[in-house]
Design a protein around this ligand. Structure first.
Ligand code: CS2
Ligand code: MG
Length: 402
């Protein structure tokens, strides 16, 4: 088999997506997601200017060699732009392999290890009462695991909580907006939220919470300790992870499980966290972490240290990444949970797919390849629009992690 053409489709069906379509001489094509929220055009340029000309004429079955060519061959390594671009190629090639062999991608990764992938979705509210209603609503829909975020009293906006009447979407059209943050108010409030949720909802529902990199290690340790009575499934991204040994301090103080890594883009970003067993779930997902080829190495390494996957699955990861993550999660042994933040109706129309949800679990479907397509005519009606992630400042104006 030979790759004959590759092109990008950049569209904005309610939010921006960058999609790579690779064609072969047999007429089989594969799709890869190259979306990096707020930095979409940088990845598009990396692909268009530097990668796509190099893959024409290659054998799409050679996913390992092509991966090494794009990673080692570039000399400059890692980083979200590079790794998202490599991921797009890699995922499109796995899609082609599946289609060429007439089998779903999960069969190429080990076959079905479970009947479905446990997923968690997002609940949120301006206050505790609204957050409670929102968790209940998702439990009624069948979810067994729900992430809960609520407005922190005294702050005009909080991470994960939408503006009234809208559904939550991290990026906003235009240049970055600014929001205010207070660690003190948050740390006092968070345990009261989860106490209420546990008392009202009982012991069985898995409750998750995203701290979004906002604390120092000792503050995160306090949070984890204060949430222990409510036995969360995890706290996510309790602090920034550039300094991997930060997590040692959290670990020394709390048994609340820790997930991190949605901003990671290679196994090296989590190498120490995993081998010292400082985390329980690794969140680096397929699109930002070099594709299926590199995610498999990361998950297999994590398996040695009892670390399970809990891949990022926000709306800025396209349905192609969702499908890839579900094939992957179905096949590997150390799957933990998969995030499922619903795409808009229009996004789902642009990317028709075979994955489905039933009673708390998702399945990628049995179509050959990834089982996702793109409606290019509809996509063209929704061109790219500049959008940015917000930034955050402390109450005194100091810039802090959003
Ligand atoms: C979040 C994301 O889903 C999550 O856990 O942390 O909403 C994140 O803010 C966005 O994906 C950023 O692009
Ligand atoms: Mg997160």
């Amino acid at each position: 088999m030979k790759i004959t053409a590759a092109k990008l489709i950049i569209c904005s069906p309610d939010r921006n997506f960058v999609t790579l379509r690779i064609e072969t001489e047999e007429g089989i094509y594969g799709l890869g997601d190259a979306t990096l929220n707020g930095r979409e055009l940088a990845v598009a340029s990396y692909l268009e200017d530097h990668i796509l000309p190099c893959i024409i004429g290659r054998d799409p079955f050679q996913t390992e060699d092509i991966w090494q060519y794009l990673y080692r061959g570039a000399y400059w390594r890692r980083g979200p732009v590079t790794m998202s671009a490599i991921a797009a190629v890699d995922v499109a090639l796995w899609d082609i392999k599946g289609k060429a062999l007439n089998t779903p991608v999960y069969n190429l990764l080990g076959g079905q290890s479970r009947q479905g992938c446990l997923v968690y979705t997002h609940a949120n509210g301006a206050d505790i009462a609204e957050a409670l209603d929102s968790v209940r609503k998702h439990m009624d829909e069948g979810y067994l695991a729900v992430r809960a975020q609520a407005g922190v009293p005294g702050l005009s906006s909080s991470y994960g909580v939408p503006k009234a009447g809208k559904s939550y979407e991290p990026a906003e059209r235009g240049l970055p907006s600014e929001s205010l943050w207070s660690t003190e108010r948050y740390l006092n409030f968070a345990p009261t939220l989860f106490e209420k949720l546990r008392v009202e909802l009982g012991p069985d529902v898995h409750l998750l919470h995203d701290v979004h990199h906002r604390l120092t290690p000792i503050e995160a340790a306090r949070l984890g300790k204060s949430l222990e009575p409510y036995h969360l499934f995890w706290i996510e991204d309790p602090c920034p992870a550039e300094l991997q040994e930060s997590f040692k301090l959290i670990r020394q103080h709390t048994t609340t499980p820790v997930a991190t890594g949605e901003v990671f883009n290679s196994l090296w970003d989590s190498h120490d966290l995993i081998r010292h067993q400082l985390i329980d779930y690794i969140r680096m997902t397929i699109v930002h972490g070099g594709g299926i080829t590199h995610a498999k190495k990361t998950a297999d390494f994590a398996a040695l240290y009892n670390v399970r996957t809990g891949f990022h699955g926000a709306t800025d990861l396209s349905p192609i990444t969702m499908a890839a993550a579900l094939h992957f999660g179905l096949a590997i042994h150390n799957f933990g949970i998969q995030e499922h933040m619903h795409h808009s109706k229009l996004t789902d129309e642009v990317f028709p797919h075979h994955y489905s949800f039933d009673a708390g679990y998702m399945h990628p479907g049995d179509a050959p390849g990834l089982g996702v397509d793109i409606d290019e005519v509809l996509a063209a009606k929704h061109p790219y629009q500049r959008a940015s992630l917000p930034i955050a400042r402390k109450l005194d104006g100091t810039l802090t992690d959003w």
